[in-house]
Structure formats: C-alpha cells, structure tokens
Write a protein that binds this ligand. Structure first.
Ligand code: F6R
Length: 265
C-alpha cells in the first residue's frame, strides 16, 4: 500500500484525477471501477474538465460501479445511476452502454449479482478500482463483518451508513435500507485500487484501515492485502496516521511522483 498525503482536499482530488487520466490515456479501453458519495463529486467534476479542456477521451472506457441501492429506479435522484449520470457520464464522452451499475431493481437480485460478476470478468477484470471510505470503514457497501472474500451481493446498511448518506437522499427516511455491492473479494480482484479520502471526519477510520489490523470490522483494512493500492488523502484525513513522515518522504523522493510536485505548494 502506498499513502500519499497532500495538504488540501483539492490537491488530493487533483492528484487522483491525474492518476485516472494517465491510466485512461495509456489504455483507452480502460475498465474503471467507480464509487459515488460526496468525496467523488469534485473528482468527477475535474475529470469532466479534463475531457472538455484536454480532450481526455472516455469513448472506449468501460465502467463498473461498486454499488446501488435496492428498490430505487435509475431515474430516482437518489439512485447511484442518477448520481453517475449527473456527476460524470453527462460531462464526458462515455458510451452509456459501456457503463454498468448493479441492478437494484432486478426481480432476482441474487442472479443479477452473479451476472454482474460475470460481466466484470468478460470485460477482462477491473483495471483501476476507485474507492472512498465510509465512516464505519466500509468500501462499497461492505459494512462491518462483511467477509473479506465476499462477492457481489445484497447487504443491509448500518444505521451509521444510513445517517451518513441521509444528506444525499434528502433525509434519513429516504435512504433505502438495502443495497447491492461488489464484495471485498471482488474489489481485491481489481488490478489496481485507488482510494481517495478527505476531511477530518475520516481521520480515525482511515488510520484504522491503513495502519490497523486487517479485520472485517473495517473492511477497508482488507486493502492492505492488495499488491497495488494507492491511498490519496488530505492533511485533515491524515491526522492520525503514524507513518506520515515516511509517506511524505516517498512523495517527495520517489521519481514516479516528481511530475506532481506542483501539488505540494
Ligand atoms: C459509494 C461507496 C461508499 C463511499 C463512502 C464514502 O459508492 O463506495 O463506500 O465511498 O461511503 O462516502 P462519502 O464520500 O460521501 O463520505
């Protein structure tokens, strides 16, 4: 795992956008795993700007989102399909037929989950999986005690997650109680993982996930097992990391980060 700390939320988000843009330029048919949530809103705005200003080309890109609520149709403003259309897909030249989210309206949810896993494999697997972290340590909707080898399936949300997502759904009463999510095992199968974490509210859980023991109580801690996982954070989120000095040294000295030193100002 590699942790990169930048001073501001904007700098951390810009770096994450650059890493995705570079991967897309290197491989136009990139299979990109996507997340929703407040943290990603600015990131998707930046990717939209890169498409507009730098001709970042999404025309051959394929995407798979981590999760979707059960029981919300795609046209619901609280559904993740709606979120993705608004925040990213409308802003870039992606072919909507190449964008995939779990089907939270399927008559047979379990069959749809198996189908989702098959679709990912048929696309050659996820090249980069973008992740945020929930206040309870979840990735996707893999709530505490999710098996670390779990696959795409339905999960009940914790009261914590329902509260966390209330502002995105116009109040707690509108947050569905169940969702379909890629499993921790599905996420760990991605070739690379890229987690973006910002803000002081994430500082405690981030320290547990990155430097604590691997435990299903904090499913993001499973990323420690991944051979290629980058965690990009701002100073507020990094506040409780023990290894801050070392992580800063890596960013300042490793050649691969030299072109991003403008972000340290
Ligand atoms: C949603 C997802 C979640 C969020 C997490 C953080 O697709 O994957 O794990 O990344 O709940 O959400 P925000 O960014 O709203 O704090």
């Amino acid at each position: 795992m590699e942790v990169i700390i930048l001073r501001t939320r904007e700098q951390a988000t810009v770096l994450t956008a650059r890493l995705i843009a570079r991967a897309l330029r290197q491989k136009p048919t990139l299979v990109l795993g996507l997340a929703t949530g407040r943290t990603m809103e600015r990131l998707y705005c930046l990717l939209g700007n890169m498409h507009r200003d730098e001709r970042l080309d999404f025309s051959l890109c394929r995407t798979f989102n981590l999760d979707e609520y059960i029981g919300l149709p795609p046209e619901s403003p609280y559904s993740y399909r709606y979120y993705m259309n608004e925040h990213l897909f409308k802003r870039v030249n992606i072919d909507l037929r190449n964008t995939h989210l779990p089907d939270g309206m399927a008559a047979d949810i379990d069959a749809a989950c198996r189908q989702y896993e098959t679709q990912i494999v048929e696309c050659g697997g996820i090249d980069i999986q973008l992740l945020g972290i929930g206040s309870d340590g979840h990735i996707g909707f893999n709530e505490p005690l999710s098996a670390l080898r779990s696959r795409t399936r339905q999960k009940a949300l914790t009261p914590d997650t329902i509260r966390q997502n209330a502002s995105l759904c116009g109040g707690e009463e509108n947050v569905p109680r169940r969702a379909v999510t890629m499993g921790v095992g599905t996420i760990l199968d991605a070739k690379r993982c890229l987690m973006l974490v910002t803000g002081s509210t994430k500082a405690h859980i981030l320290a547990k996930a990155v430097e604590g023991p691997i435990t299903s109580m904090v499913t993001a801690s499973a990323l420690q097992l991944h051979p290629s996982c980058r965690v990009i954070v701002d100073a507020e989120a990094a506040a409780f990391l023990q290894g801050r000095e070392y992580y800063n040294w890596i960013f300042r000295n490793e050649p691969e980060w030299s072109e991003h030193q403008d972000l340290t100002r």
